[in-house]
Write a protein that binds this ligand. Sequence first.
Ligand SMILES: C[C@](O)(CO)[C@H](O)COP(=O)(O)OP(=O)(O)OC[C@H]1O[C@@H](n2ccc(N)nc2=O)[C@H](O)[C@@H]1O
Ligand SMILES: Nc1ncnc2c1ncn2[C@@H]1O[C@H](COP(=O)(O)OP(=O)(O)OP(=O)(O)O)[C@@H](O)[C@H]1O
Length: 326
Amino acid sequence: MSTAQTAGTGTARTAAPVTVRVPAKVNVQLAVGGLRPDGFHDLANVFLAVGLYDEITATATAPGEGPRVTCSGPDTDQVPLDRTNLAVRAADALAARYGLVPDVHLHIGKEIPVAGGMAGGSADAAGALLACDALWGTGASREELLEICAELGSDVPFSLVGGAALGRGRGELLTPLEVGGVFHWVFAVAEGGLSTPAVYRECDRLREVRGGGAGADAVPAPEASPALLAALRAGDAAALAGHLANDLQPAAVSLLPSLDDTLAVGTQAGALAALVSGSGPTCAFLAEDAATASDIAFALRASGVCRTAHTATSPAPGATVVRPAG
Ligand SMILES: C[C@](O)(CO)[C@H](O)COP(=O)(O)OP(=O)(O)OC[C@H]1O[C@@H](n2ccc(N)nc2=O)[C@H](O)[C@@H]1O
Ligand SMILES: Nc1ncnc2c1ncn2[C@@H]1O[C@H](COP(=O)(O)OP(=O)(O)OP(=O)(O)O)[C@@H](O)[C@H]1O
């Protein structure tokens, strides 16, 4: 047992470490509208949580020590271990709201690719928020947690709620969606990452070039596809395959043209459909069943077009406390 000191009240409590598991996401539809004055784009963002997880463990440290973060997993060297880490920013934000000193060690067990378009940093932020809330006994409401999530990043609210949801605004305003079955996926992880702002900038640049300089006014308001939402509701993989769409895909491919080869290999190996996940460079392949997903992952690994490939199913639950068991 360790001791947490809350600066706001000056009282010491004993608290066991808290571990939270948080899923990755794939955007089954990402409709990108025009550039807003605040630098974000209006979206119709259909999020689906997938069963690839980061685990965030929050442990109380000595009073006055401040936050500390460590990370384990294949991409550890690309994760910042200072106050810019999104998990630390989440702990800082919760502590600031409740007048506490964030004396906490956050350990990230990382499975989600870094800068891969699967909301890995966002997952860590949502996980750290929930873990610190439990560790410190702050008892923040769901609404308060969602508000802090939205301040931390556009994808962070979805990492907290999981399942499937339509994200409006810059992606932070969520409406839960019904999912009628299990979907089987393969994710091809690229060597290196892509910067999300750079991919949005490239999307704007391509639109300018292809629209003959017509600008943001020519971009239609983003709308979720009713046929795609119906396919999700029905749990119908073949129908969903026909409606997967990502407006950021041309930009990601423009920045990393080898993604076309990755998409082709997975498609030839039997995927129902292939697309870039969010801002990329991870490529997502929808498969008919678990056996086909394994075959596609094997073909992708053997081809050398990606660093590795994972299979996973969706939907997956949002951020969940796994230790201490509830
Ligand atoms: C590509 C997606 O992953 C799809 O879910 C998200 O839209 C990105 O969400 P995120 O990584 O949480 O992004 P944020 O941390 O909120 O924003 C990072 C940067 O991405 C760009 N950005 C992000 C969201 C949005 N709706 N429009 C944007 O243009 C902006 O340049 C912003 O400064
Ligand atoms: N806990 C964290 N895990 C990973 N990256 C982090 C974390 N905190 C900060 N970062 C920084 O954020 C950048 C983006 O990482 P992240 O894994 O969130 O990208 P992403 O999955 O493409 O994001 P999204 O899909 O939400 O656009 C990294 O390059 C890294 O510098």
